[in-house]
Design a protein around this ligand. Structure first.
Ligand SMILES: Cc1cc2nc3c(=O)[nH]c(=O)nc-3n(C[C@H](O)[C@H](O)[C@H](O)COP(=O)(O)OP(=O)(O)OC[C@H]3O[C@@H](n4cnc5c(N)ncnc54)[C@H](O)[C@@H]3O)c2cc1C
Length: 423
């Protein structure tokens, strides 16, 4: 079978690329191993709502039209949103089609799946940044009496034994999961490493509104000082609760969550935590205040300052005098450990030598180091918003333009290579 472009993955990234390819009249297919929006269906916990407001789910040719632009979608609503989009744009999606290999061929790529092979000129990898939970090596040392789960395996407090829970990681997933479990009556200890603290509402507007309007989310990958660092910044400590309450380490402590430092090791069943808790929290407070100052400056310059509440600052993160450095996991107080320690992509199916030793595809703003191959949906791929539903459309536009010009150049060079009489 032959097509011009194979897009792998039918999440928002694959669909946004499909829209742009269709717009440029490029024949293509979107191959998806599960159902459309598979990750949102199968890899998120039950109560999760998007942390981006409804208005902030703009995909090419599609946006929010309901009556609650500031609300936050549940997972079924998110799946429904993407399904409606796929239908509207008539995306050529083949579901239940797992790509098991992509390799170079004489004239492009061969894409092998459980449902046959395709030959194509160009490939777009839109398989997501969050395929495999990144669990630290110390996980091996957790005593066998304790149940361990990743944030992908976690569904709701009801699946946990009664008793204490250690949540490792204090970014978006870890803090939301800690909040929910503590409220279920199971005492939570939260191991806190580097994190990004932001308020939900600032000066009467959603923080995402400020970051969108002031251009923070549009910042480009070739404009930041350290793109490697920018691509590894943890997700915002933020939640899409219906009451729009702020989720941070102070609010968690307010409901009884205990904080400890970063999990540094486990020896003889004893978990050891870093003594840097106070420092990482001070740094997160400092960075939040820097962001708020930048917002205030933009608000003043743009004139919006006169139409919103005055600047405000939030209480520094409170840390108890001597947070515990050791918890004996054999004592029975902790029944479950939940790893909310991030993700990495899975390219085990990719037989083109473009994956670095850390398991990431080498690319320049999504243009992969292999002719005619593209990457979409990774953190800060081309812009700060690249991995968001709202951000992937602009990247897909740019990369589809590059892809179209690559195809055009190939066509021209194949014509010029032909003997004159056969033209
Ligand atoms: C817990 C969590 C909450 C998030 N909340 C938000 C939020 O509120 N707002 C927001 O804008 N962003 C959010 N994100 C970030 C981002 O929007 C999601 O990660 C989103 O799923 C990324 O979309 P994607 O299309 O890039 O990848 P995915 O949605 O992961 O889609 C990739 C698709 O590729 C398929 N696939 C993978 N490998 C293969 C293969 N070999 N063959 C065929 N198909 C394959 C998968 O089945 C999947 O359907 C969140 C992320 C996480 C982890």
């Amino acid at each position: 079978m032959r097509t011009t472009t194979v897009v792998i993955g039918a999440g928002q990234a694959g669909l946004a690329m499909s829209w742009w390819l269709a717009k440029r009249s490029i024949d293509h297919l979107v191959l998806e191993r599960g159902e459309l929006a598979n990750t949102w269906r199968t890899e998120r916990w039950d109560s999760l709502r998007l942390l981006t407001p409804n208005w902030q789910s703009r995909l090419p040719g599609y946006g929010y039209e309901g009556g609650d632009p500031d609300g936050f979608r549940t997972m079924p609503e998110t799946v429904d949103f993407l399904e409606r989009y796929a239908k509207l744009i008539a995306a050529p999606v083949r579901t239940h089609t797992s790509v098991t290999s992509v390799r170079r061929s004489d004239d492009g790529y061969q894409v092998v799946t459980n449902r046959g092979s395709w030959h194509c000129d160009t490939v777009v990898t839109a398989t997501g940044a969050c395929n495999i939970p990144q669990v630290p090596a110390v996980a091996e040392e957790v005593p066998s009496t304790i149940t361990t789960l990743t944030s992908v395996q976690y569904r709701s407090p009801g699946q946990l034994d009664e008793g204490g829970v250690l949540v490792v990681g204090a970014s978006a997933s870890g803090t939301q999961i800690a909040d929910e479990i503590q409220r279920s009556g199971r005492p939570v200890t939260l191991a806190v490493g580097e994190h990004v603290r932001v308020p939900r509402i600032y000066r009467s507007k959603d923080i995402q509104w400020w970051m969108d309007a002031s251009g923070v989310l549009d910042e480009r990958y070739d404009e930041v000082d350290d793109i490697v660092r920018a691509r590894n910044v943890p997700s915002l400590q933020l939640a899409g609760y219906a009451d729009r309450r702020m989720l941070d380490l102070n609010s968690l402590q307010g409901i009884g969550v205990k904080l400890v430092g970063r999990l540094a090791g486990i020896n003889d069943g004893k978990a050891q935590f870093s003594g840097s808790l106070r420092n990482v929290c001070a740094l997160a407070d400092l960075k939040m205040n820097r962001l708020l100052t930048a917002i205030d400056e933009w608000a003043a310059a743009s004139g919006i300052a006169n139409h919103v509440d005055p600047p405000q600052r939030f209480e520094p993160t409170e840390i108890e005098a001597s947070p515990p450095l050791l918890i004996d996991l054999t004592r029975g107080a902790i029944k479950t450990v939940i790893w909310a320690t991030g993700f990495r992509p899975d390219y085990s199916w990719l037989d083109v030598p473009v994956v670095d030793r850390k398991g990431y595809i080498r690319h320049d703003g999504g243009v992969v180091e292999a002719p005619g191959m593209y990457l979409l949906g990774m953190p800060f791929l081309r812009r700060r918003k690249s991995s968001l539903i709202d951000g992937v459309g602009d990247d897909a536009r740019d990369l589809s333009a590059h892809l179209a010009s690559y195809l055009g150049n190939r066509y021209l060079s194949s014509r010029s290579a032909m003997p004159a009489f056969s033209r």
